[in-house]
Design a protein around this ligand. Structure first.
Ligand SMILES: [Zn+2]
Length: 88
């Protein structure tokens, strides 16, 4: 009878630990997911709000990454940091 009680006790302890672990893990996942969703939403909102500027002349072009107007001599986009050309 004592053996059965010990086994039940161990099972209960393991089960409690497992539930606690799952709850904590899901809470961590949820916060990480919420943060990712926030970032994606900010990214999408930023993309839609910020209208891509059109290139006005020979000196300028649009960044292939974000559409930001960049000077042709720029090596990287000032807006998103994308490398526009290889440094030589
Ligand atoms: Zn860019």
């Amino acid at each position: 009878m004592i053996v059965v009680m010990i086994i039940f006790g161990l099972l209960a302890a393991f089960f409690a630990y497992w539930i606690l672990h799952e709850v904590i893990q899901s809470a961590i996942d949820n916060s990480a997911m919420a943060r990712n969703i926030q970032e994606i939403r900010d990214h999408l909102v930023g993309k839609t709000v910020e209208q891509p500027q059109t290139a006005g002349g020979e000196e300028h072009e649009n960044c292939p990454g974000c559409g930001h107007l960049v000077h042709k001599s720029d090596r990287a986009c000032a807006n998103c940091g994308l490398a526009l050309r290889d440094s030589d």
